[in-house]
Design a protein around this ligand. Structure first.
Ligand code: SF4
Length: 416
């Protein structure tokens, strides 16, 4: 029996691009990136948010560069981050006047690891090509890659109108949605060809083509992937808030990633007012990790609970362990190499508890309603202890910490 359990799609072959030392495409693991929502001219706020995003696991961080004050702030932000020991590549997001800002602020052009250009927003009519070329020439001069980021909210209207007119002249025209998708793909590819004609290397170009509809995103990227071999940045634009944004982004990107399409991802979540910006990093990591493409943090398997779990003990323990892991990961990553592969199980009762716990590295099966108030703990598939009494949660958390120290810390040599 063959084929049933093998991965159906290999990774699409793309030209690798180095973004400030982080490899994107060319077979490298899919990179997680994010974007700040601070005013870049506010150096303190921007440094704090870039640092938080990086500590949460963002491997590249994009910042808005929209005016002289923000362009002037970029090198200072970069220096401050380096002084904090944070050497994360910064990407400048330019619209309309990027060519001018980069020319007027060479220290900004140098501090950034990549420039993002939106071909629909670089200028109009005869200025469009000239200003696009000016940014590309700046990238060549500073030896930086660019992301040519098409967004259907700011799609090149001249190109769209031309394709719409051509379509109308055909005997059996395509729908407006199909022509728009084609215009998005063409905008990205034609812009990349123009950048190459100007002299930018293929290993300096990343493409994206963001739309806000799940089916549109899948269609556009599937087409883009077959028509070029540039590294691709995936993202559903205007994904929305909360569960809607997470589900829509995961559905669209999950399907593309499963087909081997996508070299770097960003989940564009709208945060709650004063919400935590690092949520988008967490969701990106969980998407890649749950699909089995990368490991970032230990997995906590928890059952959903049911009528057998009438107390909140098990939800609190699962939540506590998850929060504890997230909080400690920045330190654990350095102190315990390989800890991201750990699997913890927190189960609500005897039905699936012992079985699931045995599959984990360390797992606990809490007592369900009516069961004896004891909680067996399984380590490496074997029952290692039975916890009881009011301190079950604390006792289990300590056992997890001890297990990590023994397996991934200095004691691991004795254990392995
Ligand atoms: S393991 Fe027990 S508590 Fe959890 S969902 Fe299954 S039956 Fe319910």
């Amino acid at each position: 029996m063959t084929g049933y359990f093998s991965s159906p799609f290999p990774r699409r072959t793309s030209v690798g691009v180095s973004v400030g030392g982080v490899s994107v495409g060319g077979g490298a693991p899919v990179v997680v990136q994010s974007m700040t929502n601070t005013d870049t001219a506010d150096i303190d706020q921007t440094v704090a948010q870039v640092a938080a995003l990086h500590r949460a696991g963002s491997e590249i961080v994009r910042i808005t560069v929209d005016r002289d004050e923000s362009a002037a702030a970029v090198p200072r932000i970069h220096e401050r981050l380096l002084r904090l020991g944070i050497d994360v590549p910064l990407v400048g997001d330019f619209h309309y006047i990027g060519h001018k800002l980069l020319a007027d602020h060479p220290a900004c052009a140098e501090a950034l690891a990549k420039y993002r250009i939106n071909p629909g927003n670089v200028g109009f009519k005869d200025k469009k090509d000239r200003q696009f070329a000016a940014i590309v020439e700046m990238a060549i001069r500073h030896d930086k890659p660019v992301r040519i980021g098409v967004n259907w909210g700011s799609l090149d209207q001249e190109l769209l109108t031309r394709l719409m007119d051509q379509n109308q002249a055909q005997g059996s025209p395509l729908t407006a949605q199909e022509v728009t998708r084609e215009a998005i793909v063409q905008s990205a590819i034609l812009s990349a060809e123009m950048a190459e004609e100007i002299g930018l290397g293929r290993d300096k170009i990343i493409l994206s083509a963001k739309v806000s509809g799940v089916q549109d995103l899948i269609a556009v990227y599937t087409e883009l992937a077959t028509r070029c071999d540039h590294a691709l940045h995936l993202g559903l634009t205007e994904a929305g808030m909360g569960t809607k944004g997470i589900v829509a982004s995961s559905a669209a990107m999950g399907i593309l990633l499963q087909q081997g399409i996508g070299d770097t991802i960003r989940i564009s979540l709208t945060p709650e007012p004063n919400g935590d910006r690092t949520r988008e990093v967490q969701v990106s990591q969980e998407l890649l990790q749950t699909m089995g493409f990368r490991q970032f943090v230990p997995i906590v398997a928890a059952c959903p609970g049911c009528g057998r779990t009438t107390s909140t003990v098990f939800q609190e323990l699962a939540q506590g362990i998850q929060a504890d892991i997230r909080k400690n990961m920045p330190v654990w990553r350095e102190k315990y190499p390989g800890v991201e592969n750990l699997k913890v199980a927190v189960m609500g009762c005897i039905v699936n508890g012992p079985g699931e716990s045995k599959h984990a590295d360390i797992g606990i099966s809490l007592p369900g309603t009516g069961e004896t108030p004891t909680a067996p703990v399984f380590i490496d598939g074997k029952k290692a202890a039975t916890l009881r009494g009011p301190s079950i949660a604390q006792d289990f958390e300590k056992m997890v910490a001890d297990y990590i120290e023994q397996r991934y810390g200095h004691g691991k040599a004795a254990a392995e």
